[in-house]
Design a protein around this ligand. Structure first.
Ligand SMILES: [Zn+2]
Length: 135
């Protein structure tokens, strides 16, 4: 065997033994495992500390952009938004009117519901005009 190859061979074996021992330690020694995990946690914490400022700046920019875009959308669509609000108000008014009407009808109205078919009929009718059932 030549000298160069011998050194290569020895380094290879040493490396193999080192890696083998490392893997065995991780597999069978909880202490070694926890040491490695603790080191990883520490490095993660360092990385987080460093990126905290970046994240903060990013979020600040993001919320600024969000506010600006909201303002721009409101400015550009003021008329449409007003129309929408008006329409909503109209719909609500109609719905309230209808509900109030129904309540009033139920309390003081001159109609009742047929016990056979469930349709609305005059209070003092003897027969249902829809199904002919006797009341
Ligand atoms: Zn009926």
């Amino acid at each position: 065997m030549s000298g160069g190859f011998m050194i290569f061979f020895i380094v290879g074996i040493a490396l193999f033994i080192f890696i083998f021992t490392y893997v065995m330690m991780i597999m069978f020694s909880p202490k070694a495992r926890s040491k490695i995990i603790a080191r990883q946690v520490k490095s993660l914490r360092g990385a987080t500390d460093m990126s905290k400022d970046d994240i903060e700046e990013m979020l600040t920019n993001l919320s600024g952009a969000s506010i600006n875009s909201k303002k721009r959308i409101l400015d550009e669509n003021e008329d449409t938004l007003k129309d929408i609000k008006d329409a909503e108000a109209r719909i609500n008014k109609d719905a309230i009117k209808e509900t109030a009407g129904a309540v009033k009808e139920g309390l003081f109205g001159s109609t009742v519901y047929c016990k056979h078919c469930g349709k609305q009929i005059d209070k003092d009718s003897k027969y249902c005009k829809h199904c002919g059932g006797e009341l």
